[in-house]
Design a protein around this ligand. Sequence first.
Ligand code: CMX
Length: 432
Amino acid sequence: MATLQEIFAAQIPDLRKEIKSIVKDHGDKKISEVNIEQAYGGMRAVKGMICDTSVVEPDSGLIIRGYPLLDLQDLLPEEIFFLLLTGQKPDAHGTLALQLDLAARSTVPDYIWDVIEAMPLDSHPMVMLNTAILVMERESVFRKMYDKGMRKEDYWMPMLEDALRILGVIPGIAAGIYRLRYDKGEPIDYDASLDWGANYARMLGIPDESGDFAKLMRLYLNFHSDHEGGNVSAFSCHTIGSALSDAFYAVSGGLNGLAGPLHGLANQECLGWILDTMEKFGGVPTEKQLHDYALDTLKSGRVVPGYGHAVLRVCDPRFTGFMGFGNKYIADDPVFKTVALTFKVVPEILAKEFLGADGKPKVKDPWPNVDAGSGALLYHYGVTEFPYYTVMFSVSRAMGMLAQLVINRAMGTAITRPKSVSTAWIKSQIAK
Ligand code: CMX
């Protein structure tokens, strides 16, 4: 089989033809309607953009290129990137070629460390990561070729080159931020003999004689890679890229969205909530204690982080996968046990006791999302600095954002420009 670049290049002519004929023959067919609640409510469920890398079905969760996520658990993260971009799983040759491509682009330039070291020590690690990616924009091949004059059909090639550079360098930058920000020592270099996920685990510097932490990191990077196109980070990245801003601008911008507490930052908030609970009750709480604590959280107007989702209406398969890992490797860990107890208690509270003024459940999805379980696993292996967790999410999510960017430039996707309306206009429509 061929390389990522060869397979993708070969697919483009047919994909372009297909999209052109769909738009030409069926362009006026309606696929969505929008009501006023949706316009004020974050455009929830409005179908107004295309994303071919993955879909999220309310009743089954993430499906990457037709494969339910849990069927892809054994793939390496870089193989997931291959799949996201091309729709095909690589063979051994394709995987190795991609690993070599990433290794060849893995050197973190010295100026990145200078920038990170110059930042105030209380800067959030997400600020450090997003700044580092943005500062690397000077290396963008896309921007250089665009400035020279490039045909629209060729945009995807330098976009893919930038994507590989970002994916090559991001584990090293992220791991270096961990080491510098938390006083763990100097950054560690990439090892070209290891896969991408094992590299990230090794560069963090976490002792890992059993190799289990590397296994967790592969799974973690695999599970967080993509979640279709309309979530805050993917949509932000998509919109920025649609202006032909290069991948460094677009990914850094998308990750700024991931840094919000209702999105990727929930990752850090979840473990904080679990540890607060344990501190309050001096260890793993009883079911009753956890129940009352969760209810107190809700009554005080705060969210129970890690529960609920804008799209999902079932237990997130990513949570299920992490619980599977935890049950296999760290079943007796008290933090993991508290996470498991939370899973037993909280969905029932959200579904039956947390009601709106109309007496119906306030929350549309009472189930855990991806963020509810992963922190306990990281904590067990020694990554105890939970403000760092969203950086790990980002290393993975960069794959989805970049695959989407490359596909969009290959397909000539238009600049994003939905129509906004004013409240005065809404009122005039109601009056009619
Ligand atoms: N705890 C308390 N209240 C919650 C809640 C939770 N876990 N989940 C939803 N709600 C509330 C919402 O805030 C909303 O309240 P208001 O009507 O007062 O505004 C109401 O329930 C209805 O919300 P919804 O339609 O069920 O959910 P949304 O699509 O508006 O929001 C999400 C989805 C994820 C932001 C929300 O469930 C939430 O805040 N969860 C906790 C934070 C979290 O885990 N985020 C990570 C999501 C995964 C990711 O994107 O990374």
